[in-house]
Design a protein around this ligand. Structure first.
Ligand SMILES: Cc1cc2nc3c(=O)[nH]c(=O)nc-3n(C[C@H](O)[C@H](O)[C@H](O)COP(=O)(O)O)c2cc1C
Length: 157
C-alpha cells in the first residue's frame, strides 16, 4: 500500500479552508482548521467534515450539539495556521481573532467569506477519523464578496 502516493494524489485536489467552531458542555469555545468540509445533501440540507480521532475538538462535538463552519477568505492565512496549531490552547487560538456569536452561542469568525450554523445529526467512525454529519440551520454570506483561501498541494494560497 502506498500511503504517500495516496496523500499526494489527494493533495492535487484544491479545497477551500474552514474553521469549525463549537462549544463543550462547560461552554468553553473550541475551533480547528478543516479542509474536509463539504456539502452533502439538499433534501434535507446536510454538510460534513472529518476530524482525526486524536483531536481534542472531538470533546466539543456531540450528537445534537451545534457547530459553525467559517469559510476563510484569502486574507485569513494567519487564522488558518492559528487554528491548526495544536500547541496553542483553545483559548489562545481565539487571540486577536475578531468574533461575534451566532444564535446558538457559537463563535463566528468576522471577515470570513461566509458561515453556516449547523447541528450534529450523526457521527460516523471512519478509520482514524470521525465523519460529522451536520444539519444546516442558517448562514450568511459576507456582503463584501471576499475571495476564498485555497489549500492545494500542502500550500495555503
Ligand atoms: C489547511 C488545513 C486543513 C486541515 N484540515 C483538517 C481536517 O479536515 N480534519 C482534521 O482532522 N484536521 C485537519 N487539519 C489539522 C487540524 O487543524 C489540527 O490538527 C488541529 O490542531 C486540531 O485541533 P485539536 O486537536 O485542538 O482539535 C487541517 C490543518 C490545516 C493547516
Amino acid at each position: 500500500m502506498n500511503t504517500s502516493l495516496f496523500k499526494e494524489i489527494c493533495s492535487t485536489y484544491a479545497t477551500g479552508v474552514t474553521v469549525i467552531t463549537s462549544k463543550d458542555s462547560t461552554n468553553k469555545d473550541y475551533g480547528f482548521t478543516a479542509n474536509s468540509f463539504t456539502s452533502v445533501s439538499i433534501d434535507p440540507l446536510l454538510v460534513l467534515f472529518c476530524l482525526n480521532k486524536k483531536a481534542k475538538s472531538n470533546i466539543a462535538l456531540k450528537k445534537d450539539s451545534f457547530f459553525n463552519v467559517n469559510i476563510l477568505s484569502d486574507n485569513q492565512k494567519d487564522i488558518c495556521f492559528q487554528f491548526a496549531n495544536n500547541k496553542l490552547s483553545q483559548t489562545d487560538r481565539f487571540n486577536n481573532v475578531e468574533t461575534i456569536e451566532s444564535k446558538n452561542k457559537i463563535k463566528i469568525i468576522s471577515n470570513s467569506c461566509s458561515f453556516l450554523e449547523c447541528k450534529i445529526k450523526e457521527i460516523i467512525s471512519a478509520g482514524d477519523h470521525y465523519i460529522y454529519l451536520g444539519e444546516y440551520l442558517s448562514g450568511e454570506i459576507n456582503k463584501s464578496k471576499l475571495d476564498p483561501l485555497i489549500y492545494h498541494e500542502g500550500k495555503i494560497l
